[in-house]
Design a protein around this ligand. Structure first.
Ligand code: SF4
Length: 151
C-alpha cells in the first residue's frame, strides 16, 4: 500500500512546483486578511511559524495554516482541502469523513518527502482529471491504482 501511494504521488507530480500558483493564492489571501491583525502587529509584524499559533489567528483553519507552513516556511506538512480529501479517499489511501482525519491518516502512510508538494499536486489533479463530478478515469495516469475508477 505504502509503495502504491509513493508511485502514485510521483506519477502525479513530475514537476516540483506543480500547483505552486494555488499555494501562492492562499498565501496572498492569508497576508491580506492579516494586514491589520493586532496579534501580528504585536508580534513585530512576524507571521508565526508554528501550527497552534497560526490556528489562533482569526479566520485561519488547519488547511490555511498548513499551506502557510509548507509554502511560506518550507516545512513538511500536509494541507488537506476538498480536493485532497476527495481524491485520497477515492484512491483508497484513506477512509475518512473529515479533512482533519484525512490529514492525520495521510501523515501515517505518506513519506515526509512528499508532504510538501501533495496539496498543490492534488488540487491541480482534482481540477483537471479527478473532478468532483464525472472524474476522467479513462485518461487518469493512476487509474490502475484506483479502486474507484470507472473505465
Ligand atoms: S481513476 Fe478516476 S476516481 Fe480514480 S483517481 Fe483517477 S480520475 Fe480519480
Amino acid at each position: 500500500m505504502k509503495n502504491d501511494v509513493c508511485i502514485a504521488v510521483y506519477a502525479l507530480a513530475p514537476a516540483p512546483f506543480i500547483g505552486f500558483d494555488h499555494e501562492l493564492k492562499y498565501i496572498k489571501s492569508f497576508k491580506n486578511s492579516l494586514s491589520n491583525c493586532s496579534c501580528i502587529i504585536e508580534n513585530s509584524g512576524a507571521v508565526p511559524n508554528e501550527l497552534n499559533a497560526l490556528l489562533k489567528l482569526p479566520g485561519v483553519g488547519r488547511k490555511t495554516a498548513n499551506i502557510v507552513l509548507s509554502a511560506g516556511f518550507n516545512m513538511d506538512t500536509i494541507a488537506v482541502d476538498t480536493h485532497v480529501h476527495r481524491i485520497t479517499n477515492r484512491l483508497g489511501w484513506v477512509h475518512t469523513k473529515t479533512p482533519e482525519d484525512t490529514e492525520m491518516e495521510l501523515k501515517k502512510i505518506i513519506p515526509k518527502k512528499y508532504w510538501h508538494r501533495l496539496n498543490g499536486t492534488l488540487v491541480v489533479f482534482g481540477q483537471t482529471v479527478c473532478k468532483p463530478v464525472s472524474p476522467k478515469c479513462k485518461i487518469c495516469p493512476v487509474n490502475k491504482y484506483c479502486p474507484s475508477r470507472k473505465l
